[in-house]
Design a binder for this molecule. Structure first.
Ligand code: MSP
Length: 672
């Protein structure tokens, strides 16, 4: 297919000072769905994400943990890339602001702006808190000129710094906002930028710091590091090779079609970044979209407030597509929305399990029961069929329109209109009644055929949003050809003899009360773990201070012996029963891609164990392996399958390896 053109979409680059929660994943899931949608509809896409690794906060976080900043960011980046892998994020480029090419690019930009007079040296004046090494403005101070961070008295001070002539670009920016309102979406954010910043007039921006050194040095004055936001926004062009090799990606993809960002960082992306681009004489991004926040109990989800929900928990239990669907469908892009476990589970049941899941299982079951599993040929179309056809074939263009405006919830609602109309069609045509009358076979065939067509179209429409669900529907329909977006606009594309392939329920129905209780318990655990981590950080910081006092190196602080409280006594150990076991059967878990369902021979007994090893082991390679089983764990159900114990494995972020036995010994033998 001929490319419809180039498309460049970006997420903000994430700070590497804390684990990402579902609020962060929201930005990335949205950008990912857009990138997938554009690729699927024929564009040559570049999708960029990455990490923002400099600045005082990161330096402090590293110091608290007794690490160098570089060690700290390297660790944090591993967990971020692992999360994007778990979430099947389809970025083409991952930029780190500690990448050499980025650092060079930023220094080049800083130098150019300095040489042309857009950056100049002056003094930063403000109220300075010595212990905190921070400047504050008068309005930020507490009583008696107290520092808002530590409360101690601040003093008026002056520090040498570099400034960017932001004020010079105010008028051009105002004009640009008027002529290209797309520079800031949604409209409410645009008005805020105009009224709060552009109308009152812009002040020059301080773009260097001397109070810490974890940053990109100013190329011609090494005691200054470049302000972290100046450094960060440049990622959108350094990732394309700006300043290095501009003839390839930069030429092809700049200006960006859209920067997707959260609402609190819209000013950096619609005022500061565009002014920098104007100074560099580069075109501005076409669109910047500031989405709302996911709130938790009406408060912004944030680690410092201890009210965070992490994506891993939800993905593990309900599947990746369930989380992606919920994020994009529940919240209106551009507005804040509340997350509650109740709304999450209720939506999963209503939309995914009932509406979509049942439509597929009913259709496939009826094709099997009434036509030997083959999708029948279509007969004469009646009015109700034509009405269905009309809804189905018009959906794709409506989804295209909504995606142009980044209205994900509307796009998904449109797809659910198709699903809803089809479910209604089953009630209207009552295939089970038709099946009782031989003379109505041709009518029954038409109905079954139309239902299959509807699911074919649904699978195509869902692909950019829920890839694995879309594939499962395709497979159950017995379709094998490649999916094409344009095929969603036509009715009657199923051709030849197609045999459906009944599979597992797409989304098993959940017990709302039970799941909410479980998730609530999980939230409590997370909050407790966060508190423990904070305590640990504090004690490590203390440890570091003590070590410093003793003249030892700060790094040694991490070599402490485990805390007494985390050591197991011999009695604790004796509570657990370990046994050898042989894997006699292994198969994929019907409702979770990451899990395998294993049958183990443990002496005379056979046990079923569900294990999260599907990423590292193929089911067929496991049969015959001898493993070690924790045999007296309380049985639990994992996504609908009972698990009677756990097998031991070693794992890190990249890989998992099963603990096996060094020699022959009968299964069921005790391990101690
Ligand atoms: N490093 C800067 C961005 C620099 S871009 C040149 C930054 N990083 S961040 O990690 O704090 O945030 C990244 C994104 O996550 C932002 O778009 C932010 O709005 C989003 N979210 C963080 N918490 C959020 C919610 N609770 N809800 C929705 N999105 C939120 O800012």
């Amino acid at each position: 297919m001929m490319s419809k053109g180039n498309y460049y979409v970006t997420t903000p680059i994430y700070y590497t000072n804390a684990k990402l929660h579902i609020g962060h994943t929201y930005t990335t899931v949205a950008a990912d769905a857009l990138a997938r949608f554009k690729r699927f509809t024929g564009y040559d896409v570049k999708f960029l994400t990455g990490t923002d690794e400099h600045g005082q906060k990161i330096q402090e976080a590293a110091e608290k943990l007794g690490r160098t900043p570089q060690e700290h960011v390297d660790e944090m980046v591993k967990s971020i890339t692992a999360l994007w892998k778990t979430m099947d994020i389809s970025h083409d480029v991952f930029i780190r602001t500690t990448d050499e090419k980025h650092k060079k690019g930023v220094q080049g930009i800083f130098q150019q702006l300095y040489d042309q007079g857009d950056i100049y040296k002056d003094f930063y004046e403000g109220y300075y808190c010595k212990p905190c090494e921070s400047f504050w403005t008068q309005s930020q101070l507490e009583e008696d000129h107290g520092c808002p961070e530590c409360g101690r008295t601040t003093e008026m001070a002056k520090e040498e710094a570099y400034f960017f002539k932001l004020s010079k670009y105010g008028d051009r920016l105002k004009k640009h906002f008027k002529e290209h309102p797309e520079i800031c979406y949604p409209e409410a954010r645009r008005k805020e930028m105009i009224n709060n910043f552009l109308e009152p007039g812009l002040e020059d921006l301080c773009v260097s710091r001397t109070s810490f050194d974890w940053g990109i040095p100013v190329p011609f004055d090494k005691k200054h590091v470049i302000y972290v936001w100046f450094d960060a926004v440049c990622n959108y062009i350094t990732a394309l090779g700006y300043g290095e090799d501009q003839d390839k990606d930069f030429k092809k993809f700049w200006p960006a079609n859209v920067h997707i960002v959260g609402k609190e960082i819209v000013r950096f992306h619609t005022i500061i970044w565009p002014a920098m681009l104007m100074a560099l004489d580069l075109p501005l991004p076409e669109k910047v979209y500031g989405h709302g926040w996911i709130l938790f109990a009406a408060d912004k989800m944030s680690k410092s407030k201890g009210n965070v929900v992490y994506p891993e928990v939800l993905i593990e239990r309900y599947g990746l597509d369930a989380l992606k669907y919920f994020l994009l469908r529940e919240f209106v892009f551009g507005q804040d929305g509340n997350y509650t476990n109740q709304t999450f589970i209720t939506r999963l049941n209503a939309d995914l399990s009932n509406d979509l899941g049942n439509l597929l299982s009913r259709t496939v079951a009826m094709v099997e029961k009434y036509n030997g599993g083959f999708i029948p040929q279509v007969g004469a179309m009646e009015e109700v069929d034509e009405e269905l056809q009309q809804v189905l074939t018009s959906a794709a263009s409506k989804v295209e329109e909504h995606m142009e405006d980044l209205q994900y919830h509307d796009a998904l609602e449109e797809i659910w209109t198709v699903i809803g109309r089809t479910n209604k069609y089953i009630d209207e045509t009552t295939p089970w009644v038709l099946a009782k009358d031989e003379k109505k076979k041709s009518r029954l065939d038409t109905v079954l055929r139309n239902l299959s067509e509807s699911l074919r179209i649904t699978a195509i429409l869902l692909k950019p949003f829920m890839e694995s669900t879309s594939k499962k529907i395709w497979k159950q329909l017995g379709l094998t050809e490649e999916m094409h977006w344009e095929d969603a606009k036509y009715f009657g594309k199923i051709s030849g003899l197609i045999k459906v392939e009944k599979g597992d329920a797409l989304f098993p129905r959940l017990d709302v009360k039970k799941e909410v209780e479980l998730l609530e318990a999980e939230n409590k655990k997370v909050a407790a773990a966060q508190q423990a981590a904070k305590d640990k950080e504090a004690s490590m910081a203390l440890g570091k201070e003590e070590q410093k006092a003793k003249g030892k190196s700060a790094e040694k602080a991490t070599d402490k012996a485990p805390e007494e409280s985390t050591m197991a006594t011999i009695e604790d150990f004796a509570k657990l029963e370990f046994k050898t076991a042989k894997i006699i059967e292994a198969k994929a878990h019907p409702n979770a891609d990451k899990l395998l369902v294993l049958q183990l021979q443990v002496g005379e007994e056979t046990r079923q164990v569900v294990s999260g090893i599907a990423k590292d082991y193929k089911a067929e390679d496991l049969v015959g392996k001898d493993v070690i089983l924790v045999a007296n764990l309380k049985p639990v159900k994992l996504r609908g399958e009972i698990s009677q114990g756990m097998i031991l494995a070693a794992s890190n972020e990249d890989k998992l390896v099963l603990g096996t036995l060094d020699g022959e010994i009968p299964s069921g033998t005790e391990v101690s």
